[in-house]
Design a protein around this ligand. Structure first.
Ligand SMILES: [Zn+2]
Length: 347
């Protein structure tokens, strides 16, 4: 399979997607390597974490920022590993894996739905001209047997999927990318991905999990418009070199808010930390982001409880919505804990 090397301006112009900014952070290429996978470690050991005076000082500063209303979040972020997705957290705790199951699809905002499974999920954004799908689960089977029926269950037509933004991809693994080819081939959806991840995953794809070749390369700050909705793609490397966040304008019972998706919040290098700060300061804060969602339920917050709360009490407060002031402190906590881990690793 041929790897696309076209950069954002060219591919975006060819397909009518407006490119506002194409800033590529320097030094991203080193923002890879996961513990035990050959590259440099992305997180400190428990011993390094505890032995670093700066890490402990920064963790304490994060707790102060948290006050009482964000303390559980700060405690989750300010550890040697930071927040781990459920499967990895269970593994780290020596617990047996639990079976992956389909979660009841849930309308979290007027125009944004949780679709997927307990171990990984997608988000469907509805617009006046179709659906933007964020992430695609593991495989053709999961796209066909989970995404498609879940969309139908909440009254959405999978044939309306126009864009698929794949938040990131791991070489040899398909937990976010595996369903894209089926949706691309079946519904003609255009797949968008960051080229730094495309370049890694296509040569490493498994024969039984064929991957979609992206139609569009994403870049930091790029806007993608479908009908009445414009989302902003931001580059937040660390978990993978090409991890993307997507800033999404939503409404909640008619009132506008802004949501940001995160692949993960790892900042294993100074360059990835600086890029997170850039994204928070140049995009998330000006766009008044006030909610974070991700692609592994339970990874950033307790999605299982949040989703059930929303389903049980659709007119009650939305637990994802922090409000701008609280979300601003949440971002500061994420950065402070990222700095703490870098200090513990001596970077
Ligand atoms: Zn991942």
């Amino acid at each position: 399979m041929k790897i696309r090397t076209t950069r954002c301006a060219l591919s975006a112009a060819a397909s009518g997607v407006a490119v506002i900014v194409c800033l590529m952070a320097a030094g991203q290429a080193d923002a890879q390597g996961r513990r035990g996978q050959g590259g440099p470690p992305t997180v400190p050991t428990e011993e390094q974490w505890l032995a670093s005076a700066e890490a402990q000082r920064r963790a304490a500063a994060a707790m102060t920022l948290a006050g009482s209303d964000l303390l559980p979040q700060a405690q989750r972020f300010c550890t040697a590993t930071g927040p781990l997705r459920l499967a990895l957290a269970r593994q780290a705790a020596g617990l047996a894996p639990i079976e992956n199951y389909t979660i009841e699809p849930t309308r979290v905002f007027d125009n944004m739905y949780f679709i997927g499974m307990s171990s990984q999920n997608t988000w469907a954004i509805t617009t006046s001209d179709g659906i933007i799908l964020l992430d695609t689960l593991n495989s053709t089977e999961e796209a066909r047997d989970v995404i498609v029926p879940s969309l139908r269950k909440v009254g959405l037509d999978p044939a309306e999927i126009k864009y698929i933004i794949v938040g990131h991809g791991h070489p040899g693994q398909s937990d976010h990318t595996g369903g894209a080819l089926y949706l691309q081939q079946t519904y003609g959806a255009k797949v968008v991905m960051h080229p730094l991840d495309t370049e890694q995953i296509l040569p490493a794809q498994r024969p039984d999990r064929p991957l979609a070749t992206p139609d569009l390369d994403a870049a930091d700050g790029q806007k993608l418009t479908l009908g009445d909705t414009t989302v902003t793609l931001v580059h937040i490397p660390g978990h993978t070199p090409g991890s993307l966040g997507v800033i999404v304008p939503v409404t909640h019972r008619g009132t506008p808010h802004t949501v940001m998706t995160f692949a993960a919040t790892q900042m294993p290098t100074r360059a990835s930390l600086l890029q997170f700060e850039h994204v928070f300061n140049e995009f998330a804060r000006p766009l008044k982001v006030e909610a974070a969602v991700n692609f592994h339920a339970g990874g950033l917050q307790d999605d299982f409880v949040h989703l059930e709360t929303i389903r049980n009490n659709p007119t009650g407060p939305n637990p994802y919505l922090y409000g701008p002031e609280r979300f601003d402190r949440w971002m500061s906590i994420v950065i402070e804990c990222g700095r703490a881990r870098l200090a513990a690793m001596g970077r």
